[in-house]
Design a binder for this molecule. Sequence first.
Ligand code: SF4
Length: 346
Amino acid sequence: MDISRSEIVTISECEEKAYATYREDSTGYVPAGADSNITALQGSALHKGGEILFTQGPTGPWREAIHDELAGLPEPHRKIRTTLIRRAMLGWILKRYPQIISEWKPLGAEVPWKWELAPGIHQPLRMDDLMEHRSHGGIGIFDFKTAGAPDLNWKLRKEHSKQTHLYVKALQDVTRASGKFVSGMMYDCIEIGKWDSKRELMKSRFTTGYRSKGGNTISPKWSYGATVVNLCEWTDDQWLEWIEAHKGLNDCYWTTGLILPPSESLERTQSATIVKVQNWQIKLNVVKNSLDRRLEANIQFDRNPDACLTYGWELKCPFYYRCWKGSKLDAKTFEPRKNHHEPTID
Ligand code: SF4
């Protein structure tokens, strides 16, 4: 059985979502909402640009890769999102790239592997970027992330995340034969702001500025009475000069530094994951061999109402309406709201 890391993570989040996303053969599949598609494409553009940057350096065609990835988006998204990701990457080249490249030698980007999680269970892995430390030779994994707003617990969550544990353990297992050692995993996060669907703009210092009330100054930060200025029409050089003058890039690039969880934590995560995947395999077989797969899936797979709106209403789970039959969830209880006007039978 092949199982991806994201499927494993989704099983813990909500079994129904994992089944519908990865295994259902499209029966009753509800496509993801427009906003979540755009967010996924945006992430993919960042990774493709980052891959070229890592392998070919800042003079490589990373801008073209970002533009190609987002070329199919409707306006105003295409213009705004390409500007956003291109400038996010430009800032990263200024603020983070020199330090990383002085310490690490890139080995390759998006390296695909098949890791044997347990006998008969394989996990295809795509390491974002592998790098070798220039002085001690340890191997590290680098991964890009984005966030809408600062998150104080981000580093802690990454230290305990399944992704970190499974990637580091996989890299240890795969490199053991070569005599190399693993230094750990490093995440860099870019704070890219949030999409404002009412005004159709990205509230982000990469694309939007604010003109102060009664003045001419444009600032990356909103102040009372300020008006929005669309910075997508500026050239990147103009924007860079402006944002640097406001020291606007100094707090939007965060890094976890190298994370190397203790071996026993890695073993524990691996064992827990194996048990989870084996149970998953049993449930999948029961559903596959049943006469009415959808009915059996309803019985076998738990639904987790707490996971439906984890990333907010705009990025709600794509199966939301199917699960809740069109009823909205109560924001406090996460139960479908009752229609009090529905006729009742005594
Ligand atoms: S809508 Fe909620 S319960 Fe249904 S699959 Fe998605 S996360 Fe699970």
